[in-house]
Design a protein. Structure first.
Length: 649
């Protein structure tokens, strides 16, 4: 006999499933009874105490007064084939309590608008299993139209709760549909579909996850997983107004011919709890897609790794997208996969909705590495409004060959960056890093905006309308080529010196501004080429009159090339130093180029095929410089020449 406390727990669960505040009296712990065959053919019999067998033809519909199974009982449907289906509809007032075994060689549909509970000892083993508290018409069932809708009234708050084991055969499906769906047990399918859908009206155009639509939902319609959802070589989907995973979801594959998929979609909010896991790894990495209209909070780990092929794809998107805590998001493989948080490249990918605000806190680790011989993958963190990033990203090339990948961390209006990015390659070329806010300031120290990233409680509204900044230390920690794009103004603050020793020959550092670019500090590379561009044509609305202003700092490329570009506002170099070594300084502007108190050390000064000339208006110095452009000395000004000065042409 079961302990009284177990009976009480189940009774409370039954009451909750029925949308009631108190337990209800039922004739539970008995096999289904009160059958009426309304379509097709079915025979009912018992071959032992507590053992009910139903033989039915395909398409049979049975209305039951009650459909429950006791802990020591079993109900079995014997059907013509695995593709056959039987519809069971409860027309009485009691919820279904499944505490024993339900099995079939075919597909079983169970409809009970009063709710369902599958107890800890329950075992469902069928070719396919669809359970719903929403009704389906006989005509839709017979036509294969999977359209489920509530009937109105109290029972539209009924729920499905599972603590047991539900499994479907190869290529089968498990579908649980109710205004509220909660799993604390295990659901398992091989090569098929596993779907939890919470709503008032649900349509499945097919049993493919992409074809599930919740047409009517309410804020309380929630799909919650606290247990395990397993779809080997298959797909798992959770849909509702609210979607919460605090358990483990697996869609792994040991076959090169099949990739797992996990789709969590919420019309309002989505949450992955601390310690939760989503895993779609395999020989080839699978796909994980998380989406919500309002808020997506990720505190659990996501994996779509490929053991012998490319890493998979991981997408996280909501108006407010947050990755908090010690989280690992991994799409590594033989070649790196793809991770998109809050949107795609520069917010232009049509297949993922853009976030308004994106936050990635300091404990997050995001990887799209090539683990063997292959190129690193792609990682994007984007928001149309503000992005605050404090985590670590790795998109490295393979140890046996391959180039580094591509990483973009951008906020169209605001960007706070205090993270780490590695796009290096042990046996190839380093990859590229792109930071792309609206206005960008590089400072000498960690800013208050960056400090907000570490506490784990950051709010999406933090920072207000102020422009975010990037610390020099955060940029100096990056490997590979760097590209900073500000849609409007880009500034290197006074006192900030970028010592980019990781950027070497063959790599590049580009600072592009849609409007003015101000360099009040210094930039040093270790042989990498350097580009400073004001009014850059790559901006959404470039300012043709933009100016490039360098004041009081040092530009040094360690023998790399330097290119300065501006609109009609021209290029101004004031009281600074430009050290080229054997590199070339190229000028491109529709305005004037003015040097006042500036020292040029080595290299070639090149007008790049134009008639632009360098105007010296102060006491400037040319030290071992080759001129491939005209030089004009303003009246009454000094020009100092040390070592050799040569001019081409």
């Amino acid at each position: 006999m079961k302990p009284a406390r177990t009976h009480t727990a189940i009774a409370l669960a039954v009451a909750a499933a029925a949308g009631l505040d108190l337990p209800v009296a039922t004739s539970a712990y008995a096999n289904p009874n009160g059958a009426e065959v309304v379509h097709g053919q079915a025979t009912l019999g018992t071959n032992a105490a507590g053992q009910l067998e139903i033989g039915n033809i395909d398409g049979t519909i049975i209305n039951w007064r009650e459909f429950s199974i006791g802990a020591d009982e079993a109900t079995r449907f014997i059907q013509p084939s695995a593709q056959s289906a039987v519809l069971n509809r409860v027309v009485g007032r009691n919820p279904s309590e499944i505490l024993g075994q339900l099995s079939s060689n075919g597909r079983v549909f169970l409809i009970n608008p009063n709710g369902m509970v599958f107890g800890p000892g329950a075992k469902i083993d069928t070719a396919g299993f669809v359970a719903s508290t929403l009704d389906i018409t006989d005509a839709d069932f017979l036509a294969g139209r999977l359209q489920f809708e509530g009937t109105g009234g109290r029972i539209d708050n009924a729920s499905i709760q599972n603590w047991g084991m539900i499994q479907a055969g190869p290529g089968g499906e498990i579908v649980l549909i109710a205004p509220q769906v909660k799993n604390e047990g295990v659901l398992s399918v091989v090569g098929g579909q596993l779907i939890l859908a919470a709503g008032q009206k649900v349509r499945l155009s097919s049993l493919n996850i992409d074809d599930v639509t919740i047409e009517v939902s309410a804020p309380g319609n929630q799909a919650l997983n606290l247990g395990r959802l397993i779809a080997e070589r298959g797909a798992v989907g959770m849909l509702g107004a609210g979607v919460i995973n605090r358990g483990r979801i697996e869609a792994n594959s040991l076959s090169r011919d099949a990739q797992g998929r996990i789709v969590l979609s919420a019309s309002e909010s989505l949450e992955l709890g601390t310690g939760s896991v989503l895993d779609a790894s395999g020989v080839l990495g699978g796909d994980i897609r998380l989406s919500a209209s309002d808020t997506a909070l990720v505190r659990g780990s996501l994996g779509a790794t490929g053991s012998d092929g490319l890493g998979g794809n991981i997408d996280i998107s909501a108006a407010n997208t947050g990755v908090f805590g010690d989280v690992r998001i991994d799409a590594s493989g033989g070649g790196g996969g793809n991770v998109r948080i809050g949107g795609g490249y520069q917010g232009r990918d049509a297949d993922i909705a853009n976030a308004t605000h994106t936050v990635v806190n300091s404990g997050a680790r995001i990887a799209a590495d090539a683990l063997a011989a292959g190129d690193g993958g792609t990682v994007t963190a984007w928001a149309d409004g503000s992005t605050r990033f404090g985590g670590a990203i790795s998109a490295r090339g393979g140890a046996a060959g391959g180039n580094g990948g591509f990483v973009e961390v951008s906020g169209h209006e605001l960007l706070g960056f205090d993270g780490r990015v590695d796009v290096g390659a042990a046996a190839g070329s380093s990859g590229q890093i792109l930071l792309d806010p609206n206005n960008l300031t590089i400072t000498a120290s960690t800013t208050t905006n960056n400090g907000e990233l570490a506490d784990g409680t950051i709010l999406f509204g933090d920072g207000g309308a102020a422009d975010f900044t990037v610390s020099e230390a955060a940029l100096e920690a990056l490997t590979g080529s760097i590209e900073l794009q500000a849609q409007q103004v880009l500034t290197i603050a006074s006192g900030a010196t970028l010592n980019l020793t990781n950027q070497t020959a063959g790599e590049s550092v580009a600072l592009r501004a849609g409007s003015t670019l101000r360099v009040n500090g210094g930039i040093f590379t270790n042989g990498a080429d350097l580009l400073l561009s004001a009014g850059d044509v790559g901006a959404m609305t470039p300012d043709a009159s933009a100016a490039l202003l360098l004041a009081g700092g040092t530009l040094s490329t360690g023998n790399g090339d330097l290119q300065l570009s501006a609109g009609s506002g021209g290029i101004s170099l004031t009281s600074g130093t430009v050290t080229l070594g054997t590199g070339t300084l190229g000028f491109s502007t529709a305005g004037a180029i003015i040097a006042a108190g500036t020292t040029f050390n080595g290299g070639v000064l090149d007008a790049m095929g134009t008639t632009t000339r360098l105007i010296a208006t102060g006491s400037s110095t040319l030290n071992g410089v080759t001129l491939d452009m005209d030089l004009a000395l303003a009246g009454g000004q000094d020009l100092f020449v040390t070592n050799d000065l040569s001019q081409r042409g």
